[in-house]
Design a protein around this ligand. Structure first.
Ligand SMILES: [Fe+2]
Ligand SMILES: [Fe+2]
Length: 194
């Protein structure tokens, strides 16, 4: 749950108004809207309290706000532990860093944004929902049927769906010979109940 009242920046984002410092082109914004819509749908099925619903939808709105920014610039802005990650993953930690600088103190929310691509063993409800929605939103072109079924199943079985999503993402990374981050492995271990 969020500590204290929801930051106005999150409220505005949940209503579709992204911060002025966003760097997300039209295609990215379309993806962002689909992730928000999926999170809003799940929040409704789960009958989440209004504040929690706002946090979920705001996480969808803000996770990729810096996705189209220059990675060279982002690399200098993220905390030291993220300096070595690939270019395409910098936007999560960079967005969380910027949101914190803007006064967002909701740690669970910041973690959700920072780790939306890597995963993290300490992701709670909002972070897990964002991780799943980012992968399951209907605009991605691969394995539509399988992903659609997982999206419908998420509210009743979030852990089961996450196991499938994390497995698919890790398998793809391994098939390409990419390294796995400790946080990702930790997320997996948490989900399968190590
Ligand atoms: Fe992203
Ligand atoms: Fe995304």
């Amino acid at each position: 749950m969020s500590p204290g009242p929801i930051h106005p920046l999150l409220r505005e984002a949940a209503e579709g108004e992204l911060p002025s410092w966003s760097e997300a082109g039209p295609l990215r914004r379309a993806h962002i809207r689909r992730v928000m819509a999926l999170l809003a749908e799940w929040a409704e099925v789960l009958a989440l309290a209004e504040e929690e619903r706002i946090r979920w939808v705001a996480a969808g709105a803000l996770h990729d706000v810096l996705r189209d920014a220059d990675p060279k610039i982002l690399r200098d802005q993220v905390p030291p532990e993220f300096r070595g990650i690939p270019d395409s993953l910098l936007h999560g930690p960079a967005a969380a860093t910027r949101l914190q600088a803007e006064g967002v103190e909701d740690e669970s929310f910041l973690r959700a944004v920072a780790y939306h691509t890597l995963g993290h063993g300490e992701l709670d409800a909002v972070g897990r929902a964002l991780y799943a929605a980012d992968f399951l939103e209907p605009g991605r072109s691969f394995e539509r049927e399988w992903r659609g079924a997982l999206a419908r199943r998420f509210p009743e079985d979030p852990e089961g769906v996450l196991v499938e999503v994390v497995r698919a993402r890790m398998t793809r990374q391994m098939a390409r010979g990419w390294p796995l981050r400790a946080e990702t492995v930790d997320f997996w271990n948490t989900l399968v109940g190590e």
